[in-house]
Ligand binder design. Structure first.
Ligand SMILES: Nc1ncnc2c1ncn2[C@@H]1O[C@H](COP(=O)(O)OP(=O)(O)OP(=O)(O)O)[C@@H](O)[C@H]1O
Ligand SMILES: [Mg+2]
Length: 298
């Protein structure tokens, strides 16, 4: 049975559209801003759902192909032992394109990785982080990769759930990306998009298909989550589980985090500048909802 009906998702899309027209997300229950997607809570008589809206696609075929890739991604992650949150991918036709949503049951806030580890010492957090590392280790291959960051996992009783399937990191035998990432970077202003597509994307994506890249990214991201205190003692666990040689160091993690934070800050600044041009020069509503300035620790 479907998680949500078409009319329920249409009502939600309408509310998002109104927020875009108004230029702010007040009145929406935003559960997460991705770098380019937005996640909103939808309450219905039959439960609460997380509805994550991807960037509109240029055609129905493109949206359907993407939905099928998400399905294949979920299957492949599960085949590697990852417990993926049930996901549906309805598509809505809108003037700006074909909008694909990732719909999932809403997980309780306290179960999400960062909240779950929030008040734990490094020692208390270690077994949970080890479980995540083991699943990353079991699933990263040249053709498959989860986005291993802590915010994509939830601890639900004894279950460790994985929730971020909106960006399927899948490659074919020749190493070609199955997802056309150029569709998703359409949310970036043109000059930035060109730079990202041409120079940055391959390197960003390669890091997901390497356990070293995953480890450094996971640990660095703890700083962004305000969990910087617990990350140094977790470095040896990463070295052990991923059998990294040479071993990664605290210094390498901090350097990675710094350059990563600069890249994303640059992209967000470019999008805010783009929004300013829309509003003040083109006098049109900016078609996306941007995250508030992100507090980055460290
Ligand atoms: N099913 C869910 N229940 C509760 N919260 C959720 C759920 N799905 C997502 N969230 C919240 O929204 C955040 C963002 O969702 P998700 O990780 O799927 O997308 P994203 O990281 O924004 O995507 P992208 O891959 O485009 O960066 C999560 O880190 C989590 O805090
Ligand atoms: Mg995520």
């Amino acid at each position: 049975m479907a998680l949500v009906t078409t009319s329920e998702i249409k009502v939600l899309e309408q509310r998002l559209e109104e927020a875009v027209q108004a230029g702010h997300a007040e009145g929406l229950d935003v559960i997460g801003y991705g770098e380019i997607t937005i996640g909103v809570k939808l309450s219905t008589s039959h439960g609460d759902f997380a509805c994550k809206r991807l960037v509109p696609f240029s055609s129905r075929e493109a949206a359907e192909r993407y939905g099928a890739l998400i399905g294949s991604y979920v299957e492949q992650l599960e085949a590697r032992g990852i417990d993926v949150v049930e996901t549906e991918t309805p598509i809505l036709e809108r003037p700006e394109g074909h909008v694909l949503y990732c719909v999932q049951p809403l997980l309780a806030p306290g179960t999400l990785g960062p909240a779950f580890l929030r008040n734990k010492s490094a020692e208390e957090a270690a077994p949970y982080v080890r479980r995540i590392f083991e699943l990353i280790e079991a699933s990263v291959t040249p053709s498959l990769a989860p986005d291993g960051q802590l915010s994509n996992w939830a601890f639900q009783g004894n279950r460790l759930r994985y929730l971020d399937v909106g960006t399927p990191f899948l490659r074919d035998q020749e190493g070609n990306q199955l997802v056309d990432f150029a569709e998703q970077t359409r949310a970036l202003p043109a000059p930035v998009r060109v730079i990202v597509n041409r120079f940055l994307l391959r390197g960003i994506l390669d890091a997901y298909h390497s356990t070293r890249g995953q480890a450094v990214d996971f640990l660095g991201n703890l700083i962004k989550e305000g969990l910087g205190d617990i990350f140094p003692p977790l470095v040896p666990i990463a070295n052990e589980v991923f059998r990294l040689a040479p071993e990664i160091t605290e210094r390498e993690v901090r350097a990675h985090y710094k350059s990563d934070a600069q890249t994303w800050a640059f992209m967000q600044a470019a999008r805010r500048a783009d929004r300013w041009v829309y509003r003040n020069i083109r006098r049109k509503p900016y078609p996306y909802l941007l995250p508030p300035r992100i507090d980055r620790y460290g």
